[in-house]
Design a protein around this ligand. Structure first.
Ligand SMILES: [Zn+2]
Length: 339
């Protein structure tokens, strides 16, 4: 929401944007803490946006719990929480300003086409092969009719005019990545994440996006989309994910990782330890024992509660912004082990 006129508006605007499709786990909460501390340390605004474009999987009860969990670990945010499900007009308007073409391909069609071509264009895995880009009107009408007969509709894709673009990341430097004819509106009518996220960040004046590094490769195409919409591309800071003991992205099935199973105090302590390069152990029953040699990164071997760097003396997340330094956030993935 807009600030009332006359309110001093510091330049930095950060955000955390969860999807309400489940409970937040320690990895999600840790990223939220970093995004919040970065914004507060900059004297800026911090907003929370609910990314519920996937209406089948999104649940109001998860949204409610997620917001309660963010508050429970000590985060606060500015203005009202915005929901993507209430922003169709903005996405529609953006779509009209972009060069697009209807795509009649199923996932299978695309795979077959790529196999026939002997690989994706420009060596980018999974990149759209351009099948529907230059169809004639007559061909479009014919394919549309065939889809309707199957009870389906076309998706809308961006007519990209570049093959790669660059995003500016505080932790990764200049990230150059592929841009293809990305889907903007899916065949089932749902907005594509890439469109919604770019439109929302621009609309909300977000200046820097702090999020998990699983989205690093999406940043160049999102930055390009911002450029095509004539809005400033934000800068990025993609932070390492929290991994499970097998080195895979932490998930709810990994055990005691949400505030349904552990207390907010335990989560706060674990997150702080992880920022100090510790937190190799889980926080569940039996936590606090020796830290084994972990399969990934320095985090697991640094020892739980190892005290170093600017966060050494911080005892509570509330005090983090005073000393927060993004560059001091450990660069290696953090490993969570069940206790
Ligand atoms: Zn197509």
């Amino acid at each position: 929401m807009d600030e009332p006129a006359g309110t001093a508006a510091p330049g930095y605007v950060g955000r955390y944007a969860p999807s309400p499709t489940g409970h937040l786990h320690l990895g999600n909460l840790r990223t939220a803490v970093i995004a919040w501390a970065r914004a507060r340390a900059a004297g800026g605004r911090f907003i929370v946006r609910i990314e519920d474009i996937d209406r089948q999987r999104s649940r109001p009860e998860f949204e409610e719990r997620q917001l309660a969990d963010l508050a429970a670990i000590g985060l606060d945010w500015d203005g009202e929480v915005v929901r993507q499900s209430e922003r169709d007009e903005l996405y529609d308007d953006a779509l009209r300003r972009l060069p697009t073409f209807p795509c009649f391909c199923s996932r299978k069609d695309i795979q077959r086409e790529l196999a026939e071509m002997g690989g994706a264009p420009h060596g980018v895995p999974g990149a759209y092969p351009g099948t529907c880009r230059d169809l004639t009107e007559a061909e479009r009408a014919e394919r549309a009719a065939a889809l309707v007969a199957e009870g389906r509709g076309p998706s809308l894709r961006l007519r990209a005019d570049v093959r790669e673009w660059r995003a500016d990341d505080a932790l990764h430097g200049n990230v150059v990545g592929a841009v293809d004819d990305m889907v903007l509106r899916r065949a089932d009518g749902m907005w594509a994440y890439n469109l919604a996220v770019v439109v929302d960040d621009a609309d909300q004046g977000v200046t820097e996006i702090v999020r998990g590094d699983d989205l690093l490769t999406s940043a160049p195409r999102q930055a390009h989309l911002a450029g095509m919409l004539g809005v400033p591309a934000p800068t990025y800071a993609h932070v390492p994910l929290v991994l499970n003991s097998e080195g895979r992205r932490l998930a709810k099935r990994d055990g005691d990782v949400t505030l349904r199973e552990i207390t907010a105090a335990q989560a706060r302590r674990w997150i702080l330890d992880s920022l100090r390069g510790g937190a190799g152990d889980g926080v569940g029953v039996g936590a606090g024992g020796d830290v084994g040699a972990g399969p990934v990164g320095a985090a697991a071997s640094a020892g739980a509660g190892a005290k170093a760097g600017p966060f050494a003396e911080v005892d509570d997340i509330a005090d983090l912004p005073e000393v927060f330094d993004l560059m001091a956030v450990p660069r290696d993935p953090v490993v969570w082990r069940s206790g």
